[in-house]
Design a protein around this ligand. Structure first.
Ligand SMILES: [Zn+2]
Ligand SMILES: [Zn+2]
Length: 185
């Protein structure tokens, strides 16, 4: 094999490459999930998102951002639980509005809520379990979501959520969710 055609990573980099981990100097490295302890690559090519902020296996996140996605300025750092799914509207000039399925995270310490894109390599079954778990949210959290104008997808959205998670690779579906589709800036 003509392996001298490829740059040879040295030292620790070599073993990272051998075990299929992205090299440290590539865009994005990775983190160990504080909740399930799995190693999660943040490489944009694998996740399809720029700022991977949750684990692809358990979907838990950490409260790291303060003002904007990826700023990592929050002092909280506590675990953020995936509590439900919602839909973000995307508009094209022509054709119907489309909805992108998003995960709602709630901080276990300060109760901050955030809405995050589902990454391409997120476990769809875990996301579906989060959806089903959201039928039984505690009242305090339900009120908080309402006050934040976040509409959690409901039982009546079951078929749409299934299709979106398991039926289409790009996770984009026509906006046929029965809940009102959220509008973000
Ligand atoms: Zn995890
Ligand atoms: Zn927090």
């Amino acid at each position: 094999m003509n392996d001298y055609l490829f740059p040879r990573p040295a030292g620790r980099e070599k073993s990272r490459v051998r075990y299929g981990l992205p090299a440290r100097n590539s865009a994005g490295d990775g983190f160990t999930c504080v909740y399930c302890h799995a190693y999660v690559s943040t490489h944009p090519i694998l996740s399809g998102v720029e700022n991977r902020n949750h684990c692809l296996f358990c979907l838990w996140s950490r409260h790291l951002d303060l003002y904007a996605a990826g700023d990592r300025l929050s002092a909280c750092k506590a675990l953020m639980q995936p509590v439900g799914l919602t839909v973000k509207a995307t508009y094209k000039k022509y054709g119907p509005a489309r909805g992108e399925l998003m995960i709602i995270h709630a901080c276990s310490e300060c109760e901050k809520l955030s809405i995050n894109r589902i990454a391409a390599d997120d476990d769809p079954q875990t996301a579906f379990n989060v959806f089903e778990g959201s039928f039984h949210l505690e009242t305090g959290l339900q009120i908080q979501l309402e006050l934040s104008d976040i509409r959690v997808l409901k039982r009546s959205d079951h078929d749409a959520v299934r299709t979106s998670l398991f039926g289409q690779a790009d996770r984009l579906v026509e906006a046929f969710f029965k809940s009102n589709v959220l509008e973000f800036d």
